[in-house]
Ligand binder design. Sequence first.
Ligand code: NAP
Length: 317
Amino acid sequence: MKKILITRKLIKESEDKASKTFNPIFNSNDELYSQSKVIEMSQGCDGILSSLTDKMDKETINKLPDTVKIISNFAVGFGNIDLEAAKKRGIAVTNTPEVLSDATAEIGILLILGACRRAAEGIESAREGGWKWSADYLIGKQLTGTRLGVLGMGRIGQKIARIAKSLGMIIHYHNRSKLSEDKEQGAIYHDNLKSLFSVSDVLSICCPATKETENMINKETVEYFPKGAVITNVARGDIVDDDALIDALNRRKIYAVGLDVYKNEPNLNPGYLKIKSAFILPHLGSATKDTRIAMANLAIDNIDEFFKTGNCINKVN
Ligand code: NAP
């Protein structure tokens, strides 16, 4: 049986499946392993089942033992892994696409609603008590008839677009390549960021974190939006320059933000704390039991398939 280091604690059903499939090393205390600990723990292992909290950069990958042939990431995003360094060492990298798209799209919609309808302020007022209903109390932005820009119209972006359309939003999107008409479902394509942002009353960021998308929301691009736009991010914190966004919020150029992800998680840039309209969640995208089990099963199956066939459908490098 292959020996696999599983860097984070999984739901019991998933650990049972891992025990049946290979010889696993579990992290029963769910300790956050340092890079050197991952290197140490993976001695003699054939593979690693990693999570987005593991920074598998070039230096770490280069120090992994020769026995490690696969890093199976427990996430669809793989910005935490240096794919090139892994490839050079002959290590396959896999991810868990599709099984988390529904759960993540739900959070994407929650961010849009929460930011537009001032949920953060509303929750705080309800908890404090003493609030007084009036015709103009906590007036928010209605979604019906407003334009949603989707940055990254992939699996998750398309699901968000479908739900947003049913709420009466008009969908615009930008990808590097235009989708086929059946995937577009009436959404309007923009071949550049400036064009998309300038029509986005609300933006939903759904693209991966890459060198190309790093800080795509920055001092310059934030000015492309209509005044009072809302920016939401369900993808990765690295895509947003937080200081530029906080400055735009303070100037009321941007009305509100909805963030499930941010740079340097779990430490939120303190600038957001002063902004009442910031609706912020602690990276809950895929956090439902069914989805987490499906992700773990897929991460386990990816390892199994790789050792049985020498390849894997979800290999990303
Ligand atoms: P996907 O199906 O691969 O979609 C990504 C989309 O982004 C594609 O349409 C792609 O189109 C576009 N894209 C890639 N690079 C781009 C660029 N430089 N400029 C503009 N568009 C670009 O991925 P997915 O499954 O929807 O997941 C998207 C991301 O969501 C993941 O990478 C992950 O980081 C994040 N995520 C977060 C959570 C959470 O817990 N909050 C959960 C799941 C996923 P082109 O290739 O044509 O450009």
